[in-house]
Design a binder for this molecule. Structure first.
Ligand SMILES: Cc1ncc(COP(=O)(O)O)c(C=O)c1O
Length: 389
C-alpha cells in the first residue's frame, strides 16, 4: 500500500523548511508523538510527576503492548531502557559467559558493542572471533557455521550497521544460532522503524533498539527484547527496586519477565512518546515503510552516482535507508557544513564507530544521508543538486 505522503509530511512540520536526511542519527518526531510527549510534561507540571504517571498508566502499559505487536513477541519480553546501548549492555553483561567462551561477531560491529567485548574479554577471558564477510560485504553465513565449536556461546551482530546501507542476513544467522543452541544477540538499533522486525522469524534471543532513529520517538528512549525461554539463564548485572523485590534481610527475587532489566526512575514522558511513535509506525505499516525507504534510498544512490566525483560506498545484498558516499576533494565534515547552510541535514560516519569495517581502510570518514518514508523524491533531487554544486 502506498503511504499518503502529504499526510505524513503534514504530520512532520520540520520537513517544511529542512531537508532531513539524518534519520539514522535521529529522525523528526511526528506531530502526534510530539503532542503526547508535551501533553505528559504539561500534566507533570500541573498535577505532579508521580500523579501524572498514574494517570498515564494505560498508555504506559501499552508501551509494552505496542512494541510486542511490532516485534511479534509477548509484552513481558520487553523492557524499557534509556537508549539502545543500555539495552544492549544489560543483555550482554547478563549472559553466562566464562573463560575460554567464544563470541562470534562481524566486522560491521558498532563501537560500543565491541568495546564491551574487549572489556569482558579482558576480565573474563573471552575469545572474540570475527566472522568474515561474503561477496556482498555482509556476514558470511556459511563461514559462521564453519567457525562454531564447542566453546561458541554467543553470536552477536547488528541487523543494520551505523556506517552503511548494509542489511545483515539476521534470519539466516538465527537459523544457525538456534540449530546449535547458541545465544543470539541482535543489535537492531538502525533497523527497527525502517523495516518489519519479527523476533520469531529471526529467532534471536535478545534484541536491542533505540527510540529516536527510524522509530521517530523521543531522544533518551530505547528497549530490550528478551526471549522468555532464556530469561532464567541470565543474571542482570545490577538490579534496583523495580528489577527486584526485597523480601527480607537475606532474600530478594527478580521482577517477573523482562522488567528485571529496567530501572525504577525513568523518562516517563519519553516512554509515552515512544509508545505513540510505535503505534504511529504500526498504523502506517512497516512493510509500507520499508518499501518506500528502500525505493527512495535506491533513487538517492543512483542519482549520487551520476554526480562527477561522487562515489557511493554501501555494501550488502539488500540495502536500507542509509546511504554513505564521498565526494572527491571535499572533506565529509565540510560537505556536511556546506549542506547545512542550505538547510539540509546529514551526518558523517567515521572509523571511530566501526574500526573493523574495511571501508575505513580506504578513507576515515564518509557522508551519511539517511532517508525515511516522509522524505520525497523531490527532496532527493534537491539534495543531489546541492551535493553536486
Ligand atoms: C548499530 C548501532 N547500535 C547501537 C547504537 C547506539 O544507540 P544509542 O545511541 O541509542 O545507545 C547505534 C547508534 O548510532 C547504532 O548505530
Amino acid at each position: 500500500m502506498n503511504i499518503d505522503l502529504s499526510a505524513v509530511r503534514a504530520d512532520t512540520p520540520g520537513c517544511e523548511k529542512r531537508l532531513h536526511f539524518n534519520n539514522a542519527g535521529a529522525s523528526l518526531m511526528p506531530q502526534p508523538v510530539y503532542d503526547a510527549l508535551i501533553a505528559h510534561l504539561d500534566l507533570e507540571q500541573r498535577i505532579g510527576s508521580y500523579e501524572a504517571e498514574d494517570e498515564a498508566s494505560e498508555t504506559l502499559e501499552d508501551f509494552y503492548g505496542a512494541i510486542a505487536e511490532m516485534l511479534s513477541c509477548h509484552r513481558d519480553e520487553i523492557a524499557y531502557t534509556e537508549n539502545a546501548t543500555r539495552a544492549w549492555d544489560m543483555a550482554f553483561y547478563s549472559l553466562p559467559l566464562e573463560a575460554g567462551d567464544q563470541i562470534l561477531t562481524h566486522s560491521s560491529e558498532y563501537a560500543s558493542n565491541y568495546l564491551a567485548y574487549l572489556h569482558q574479554a579482558g576480565r573474563r577471558g573471552l575469545d572474540i572471533t570475527i566472522v568474515p564477510s561474503d561477496q556482498y560485504g555482509q556476514i558470511d553465513v556459511a563461514a559462521l557455521e564453519s567457525m562454531i565449536n564447542e566453546r561458541t556461546r554467543l553470536i552477536s551482530i547488528n541487523y543494520v550497521p551505523t556506517q552503511s546501507g548494509l542489511v545483515n542476513p539476521a534470519e539466516e544467522v538465527g537459523k544457525i544460532a538456534s540449530q546449535y543452541d547458541i545465544f543470539y544477540l541482535l543489535d537492531a538499533c538502525q533497523a527497527v522503524g525502517q523495516m518489519p522486525v519479527d523476533v520469531g522469524r529471526i529467532k534471536c534471543d535478545l534484541l536491542t533498539a533505540t527510540g529516536r532513529k527510524f522509530l521517530r520517538g523521543p531522544r533518551g528512549t530505547g528497549f530490550l527484547y528478551i526471549r522468555r525461554s532464556i530469561l532464567d539463564k541470565l543474571d542482570p548485572p545490577f538490579i534496583d527496586l523495580r528489577a527486584g523485590h526485597w523480601i527480607d534481610r537475606d532474600h530478594y527475587e527478580f521482577a517477573p519477565g523482562a522488567r528485571r532489566f529496567e530501572n525504577w526512575e525513568s523518562h516517563v514522558a519519553g516512554r509515552v512518546g515512544l509508545r505513540h511513535a510505535v503505534r504511529y509506525a504500526l498504523d502506517i505499516g512497516l512493510d509500507n515503510i520499508q518499501n518506500r525507504v528502500v525505493k527512495l534510498a535506491e533513487q538517492l544512490r543512483t542519482q549520487l552516482t551520476q554526480i562527477k566525483g561522487v562515489t557511493v560506498n554501501d555494501s550488502g545484498e539488500h540495502k536500507c535507508g542509509i546511504v554513505t558516499f564521498h565526494r572527491q576533494n571535499e572533506d565529509a565534515f565540510e560537505l556536511k557544513a556546506r549542506l547545512l547552510e542550505k538547510q539540509i541535514n546529514i551526518s558523517v560516519t567515521s572509523s571511530a564507530s566501526a574500526r573493523l569495517d574495511s571501508k575505513f581502510a580506504r578513507r576515515q570518514k564518509y557522508a551519511r544521508a539517511s532517508v525515511h518514508y516522509f522524505n520525497s523524491e523531490a527532496e532527493v533531487d534537491r539534495f543531489c543538486e546541492a551535493v553536486g554544486q
